[in-house]
Design a protein around this ligand. Sequence first.
Ligand code: URA
Length: 192
Amino acid sequence: DKGCGSEPLLAVRAELGECTRCKLSSGRTHLVFGVGSPGAELMFVGEGPGADEDQQGEPFVGRAGQLLTKMIEAMGFRREEVYIANVVKCRPPENRNPEPDEIEACEPFLRAQIAAIRPRVLVALGKFAAQTLLRDPTPITRLRGGWREYEGVRLMPTFHPAYLLRSPGEKAKAWEDLKRVVKELGRTIPGR
Ligand code: URA
């Protein structure tokens, strides 16, 4: 796995193993652990693998992933220098939402990944990431754009890129959220 190149992250990956803790395991091609730099300052958390991610074993490589990569680059980062993971590591059938028991089974591994990476800022992409990490059922439309704290790490909830593909009129709001993240990291947007 290219998403676990540090001792603490390798330990999380090893603990996860050939996971069969929930029913999603039976339908997967690949378990999608995460990708990026174990020393990342910036970490993105999505919902769960889709068909492309399940096939390739890497998060955010399909259409939503291409948009996420563009967003990362617009922020002045390379995809390789951030870290990207999901709430659930195996693809839900027909891309349905992950169910509470599946989230509960997988969540300790997401929390352990974050603890291993210790990013300066977390971006929660969409309601499952935001609500799971914050343990707050407030709708994403109200959570987005406001700084929160997760285990001492600044967390910015924003819209999921798949939602932005369906609702391109909301992209400007997501970009406002990401600009706040860039500023928090003491950087400037490239080209301005
Ligand atoms: N959507 C997600 O939430 N995660 C992925 O890895 C791909 C699409």
